[in-house]
Design a protein around this ligand. Structure first.
Ligand code: PRP
Length: 213
């Protein structure tokens, strides 16, 4: 018999929303609710079908799905845009909604200067692609977290980052210059898994779709 379908789940906020979705669909997520430090958890579907949930960091969800050691993944569109290439994105799960935006010090026009625009970001590919499409030649500086610091300290003119409530920007005297793209959680599938286990995957995706509606 096949091993259970394996779903890589981004730890944190998307994990909570996904577990709530599974709960609502009648999946037994007891192990996920009492996971302790365990990283691979069994989940049982409403018809007794087994699912293995693997808790991972966002970029690693993509690595596990691309390599086929996980059949499916739940990951943010932000991570897909920065890291993803070879898998199918089969559903927008609707939660984890936020956006990528360009932001700068409030009241400043960062595009007004003559020099190369300096862009700090955790998402260099997304930033480079966005400014390329605008025909702007920019200097992209990779930052690991709290990107808002970069313009405040004078390291960059703008940031490209995730904005959810806008509180982090506001409380640090920054403001959105323009939006880049909308983001939400997506269900992704390994290319071979979708061929080999099409029915199981479609059943699961269909249920998740109903749960969202
Ligand atoms: C994200 C993002 C912003 C903040 C936006 O950071 O990079 O800093 O959330 O949310 P808001 O609009 O609701 O204020 P995260 O919390 O992931 O931490 P990090 O900056 O250290 O990566």
């Amino acid at each position: 018999m096949n091993r259970p379908l394996r779903l890589a789940l981004t730890k944190g906020r998307l994990e909570k929303d996904t577990v709530a979705l599974f709960d609502g669909l009648g999946y037994d997520c007891d192990a996920l609710h009492h996971k302790g430090r365990r990283l691979i958890l069994p989940v049982t579907g409403p018809q007794g079908e087994q699912l293995e949930v693997v808790l991972a960091k966002a970029a690693d969800v993509i690595t596990y799905v691309e390599n086929g050691v996980c059949d499916l993944g739940v990951v943010g569109k932000d991570t897909i845009l920065e890291n993803g290439v070879s898998f199918y994105e089969i559903a927008d799960l609707g939660f984890g909604r936020c956006r990528f935006a360009v932001a700068a010090k409030a009241g400043e026009n960062p595009y007004g200067g003559y020099g190369q625009l300096r862009v700090a970001t955790k998402y260099p590919k997304v930033a480079r692609r966005f400014f390329e499409q605008k025909g702007m030649d920019v200097d992209v500086i990779r930052i690991e977290g709290s990107v808002e610091l970069a313009p405040l300290l004078g390291l960059s003119d703008v940031i490209v980052d995730i904005v959810e409530t806008g509180a982090t920007l506001r409380e640090n005297g920054l403001a959105v210059v323009e939006d880049v793209t909308e983001i939400s959680a997506r269900l992704i599938v390994n290319v071979a898994s979708l061929k080999l286990r099409k029915q199981e995957i479609e059943t699961l995706a269909g249920r998740l779709g109903e749960g969202i509606r």
